[in-house]
Write a new protein. Structure first.
Length: 267
């Protein structure tokens, strides 16, 4: 190999670093936990959320239950959806505010956890995905999205279509889990993005509660003078984001097709 020719691994890592940090962590954690379970290198019973065991000291079950995405095509589709929706939120709606995005996502996860404890939910990945999907589509409500390539609906209704599919494929319990994510996402939207709406990001009624603490800002990295102003162009180590000044960013110009599949476990 030529001395001036970059190593293949260097190019791969450069592409990874282009992914915004919070989205990169979400996708990486999902792969890191789900793949070992799929390969039978890790027992799923070691990562499921069991409230009695968590109270007994097995606190690692809290984060791991949010990142077990099952297996098969459903895992791939859900992972693609997680990446797409989270990346859109972090680059278009939280430019230079990755720490705030991480903090608010953590608060939303706490709401999801509280709502699911009475339901005896073992895996919270679907609820987390529903939460992120709801906020992403709520901020870009007019974007056309396709289901199985057969039905095209506005993005605003997409999370509820997924809940309906969960109900058909896996029953009321699975639909309830996804619904808890939508509830958490709606609370997030109401606190952070209203009453002034998405044209004034970070100016909602929850703007004080929703600011990341200093330790998280130092960990994730964030412009201390960021104002999240719509219409700004932001250069970062993981790429450049531009938020249009007079319109909401769209997830796609043509819509996306997401398949659904059965999930593992007793979620």
């Amino acid at each position: 190999m030529s001395r001036n020719q970059p190593a293949p691994t260097a190019g791969f890592m450069d592409e990874i670093r282009k992914i915004p940090p919070v989205t990169r962590t979400l996708v990486g954690a999902t792969i890191g936990i789900s793949v070992p379970v799929m390969l039978q290198l890790l027992s799923p019973y070691k990562i499921l959320f069991v409230w009695k065991l968590v109270r007994g000291g097995q606190v690692w079950r809290i984060p791991t239950s949010f990142f077990f995405g099952g297996s098969g095509f459903a895992f791939l589709f859900d992972l693609m959806m997680l990446y797409r929706n989270s990346e859109q939120l972090e680059t278009a709606w939280y430019p230079r505010r990755s720490a705030d995005y991480a903090y608010q996502l953590g608060l939303a996860s706490a709401v999801i956890l509280a709502l699911n404890i009475p339901l005896d939910t073992y895996v919270h990945y679907r609820a987390l995905l529903s939460c992120i999907t709801y906020l992403s589509t709520r901020l870009s409500p007019e974007t056309p999205m396709s289901i199985f390539g057969l039905i095209t609906i506005k993005a605003l209704y997409f999370p509820f279509a997924l809940i309906a599919l969960d109900l058909i494929q896996a029953g009321p319990a699975a639909a309830m889990i996804s619904l808890t994510g939508v509830v958490a996402g709606h609370i997030w939207y109401m606190l952070e993005w209203t009453p002034r709406g998405p044209q004034r990001p970070g100016r909602g009624t929850g703007q004080v509660v929703g600011r990341a603490p200093n330790w998280l800002v130092r960990l994730v990295g964030q412009d201390s003078e960021s104002s999240s102003t719509v219409g700004s162009s932001t250069s970062r180590s993981y790429g450049q984001a531009f938020v249009p000044p007079d319109r909401q960013p769209t997830a796609s110009t043509t819509g996306h097709t997401w398949g659904r599949g059965n999930r593992l476990g007793s979620e």
